[in-house]
Design a protein around this ligand. Structure first.
Ligand code: URC
Length: 314
């Protein structure tokens, strides 16, 4: 039997590490009540970049071994690193924008592109200022931090005039791990013969949380004026404030509140979405003399997942 086949392909380079020192600082950020964050020094601008080339014109590389429309992924890596030296912007989204436009300008062989960036998170080390007895941020030494980190994705294609246009984007902050010891509930859920979980009006809620956001107008995201730029640090801080304040009935209830608060705080965003994992630990023992003192341990290894996307109605 001669069945017709169709193909969907992409190729590129993943996890290109870029450590650019002395990039332009991110300034002009509008303060928000939930965060102290208003500037990022960018002395160390460190990201991993993924390049994904999409389209049809390189299909002969798969079907016939014809590489005439294939840009070596090794060249892509070199291109990204060279662009990092010339980069004059101060956000990962601006860097991906420069990369997307320059790739399409340089390589006629590329029809469409998806570029992603993942922050390699470093914190300025605190050192004593000589003779003063106070501690200040070092401007030369950074400590690698393995906590949550910012991400971004921008997609480009060529328009009829042959110039690169942005077709999709999202920004995010991922791998947050937040443990609230009291002030969360999970009760009044369906009970049947499979239910062993106890009703809890107060449980220790430990979640892993990823959040993503999109701008109504991507030009605002890429503007050199950063007064409407939404920094991942402010999003992180706002989510922490909501978790701190809000007594939730479930993770579903919590992420809904977080979504509402983010869209209210940042009118320039059109959509926010969440993926939360329930990592709540099992209660093992409670103190007989003070019932708020408890010991928890790891639960059964499977975990619940809760997703939510909140969009503005058009
Ligand atoms: O916040 C929660 N949502 C659920 O849907 C759920 N299911 C469960 O077993 N525990 C929890 N917690």
């Amino acid at each position: 039997m001669n069945t017709e086949l169709s193909f969907s392909t992409s190729y590129g380079k993943l996890r290109i590490p870029v450590y650019r020192v002395y990039a332009s600082p991110l300034l002009g950020i509008a303060p928000i009540p939930e965060s102290t964050f208003v500037r990022r020094e960018n002395i160390l601008f460190a990201y991993e970049i993924d390049v994904d080339v999409l389209g049809e014109n390189f299909l002969p590389a798969y079907t016939e071994g014809d590489n005439s429309n294939v840009v070596a992924t090794d060249s892509m890596k070199n291109f990204v690193l060279r662009q990092a030296l010339d980069f004059t912007g101060s956000t990962i989204e601006e860097f991906l924008d420069v990369l997307g436009r320059s790739f399409l300008q340089t390589y006629v062989q590329m029809e469409r592109l998806r570029l992603s960036g993942r922050e390699l998170s470093f914190e300025q080390v605190t050192v004593p200022e000589q003779g003063v007895g106070i501690f200040v941020d070092s401007h030369v030494l950074f400590s690698r931090s393995h906590s949550d980190y910012a991400v971004a994705m921008l997609s480009f294609e060529r328009n009829e005039a042959g110039t690169a246009v942005l077709t999709d984007h999202h920004c995010g902050n991922v791998d947050m791990e937040l443990f609230k010891v009291t002030g969360s509930a999970f009760s009044r859920f369906v009970r049947d013969e499979y239910t062993t979980l106890q009703e809890r009006v107060d449980r220790p809620l430990f979640i892993y949380l990823d959040v993503y956001w999109k701008y109504s107008d991507p030009q605002v995201l890429l503007s050199a004026d950063h007064s409407y730029y939404v920094p991942a640090e402010q999003v992180h801080d706002l989510l922490c404030v909501v978790f701190h304040e809000f007594v939730s009935e479930s993770i579903q209830h919590l992420v809904h509140e977080m979504g509402n608060r983010l869209l209210a705080r940042f009118p320039q965003l059109t959509e926010v979405s969440f993926e939360a994992q329930n990592r709540t630990r099992d209660q093992i023992v409670v103190s007989k003399t003070d019932e708020k003192v408890k010991v928890y341990s790891d639960p059964f290894s499977a975990y619940g997942v809760i997703r939510l996307t909140v969009s503005r109605k058009v």
